[in-house]
Design a binder for this molecule. Sequence first.
Ligand SMILES: [Zn+2]
Length: 77
Amino acid sequence: MKDTFGMFIHVSWKSSGHEMEYFFECPYCWERISIIIDTSVNDQIFVEDCEVCCRPIEIRVVLDNSEVSSFSASKTD
Ligand SMILES: [Zn+2]
């Protein structure tokens, strides 16, 4: 039996070296956008402007074995 749920998770990002492209929905405009995560840092918080509406999104990422174990994107205001 194939692990289809695991396959679904793994098509949502590509890993290369210490950088991972992660896709999520903007909390302002709900467009699907992506960011590059540095997988060498296990716990990080940063602000990234949405590539669609240009509003600042506070992003929190927790990594476990270079995979995202917790992710949240929230409005800064
Ligand atoms: Zn947006």
